[in-house]
Every structure is written in C-alpha cells, then in structure tokens.
Design a protein around this ligand. Structure first.
Ligand SMILES: [Zn+2]
Length: 67
C-alpha cells in the first residue's frame, strides 16, 4: 500500500485538544472514535471540520456515520 495519493484526507478538529489532524477519509470515523474514547471518555468532541463536512455530505452522503 504505497499509493498515498489515491486517498483524500479530511481535517479532524478537536476543540478540547486545540488540534487539527489530517486523516484519510476511509479512517476518519475510526480515528475520531479512538480519539474521543482515549482522550475524552467517549465524549463526541473531535469531529470533521464543519465546513468540510458539508462538502463531504455531497460526496459520501450517509456512508459515514459522523455526518
Ligand atoms: Zn481531543
């Protein structure tokens, strides 16, 4: 798996940590869940950047649980 260019990434922002991380689209749901579970006791704090989320909804619609 060396085709890094083939997968789009989306920014995941966490207001509690003050961080924004680029995550591969196919992993973003897991990454958010892991982050929130490990760092925030399962609270839904980290999330896809809202502006990007709107764009994503056009592309992946309901494929992702987090929309
Ligand atoms: Zn966080």
């Amino acid at each position: 798996m060396t085709d890094d260019d083939s997968e789009p990434t989306v920014p995941v922002a966490c207001s509690a940590c003050g961080t924004t991380t680029q995550v591969a689209l196919s992993e973003v749901g897991d990454a958010i869940e892991r982050h929130n579970e490990r760092l925030h006791d399962g609270e839904q704090i980290a999330a896809v950047d809202p502006a990007i989320r709107e764009q994503l909804s056009d592309i992946v619609a309901e494929d992702l649980d987090l929309l």
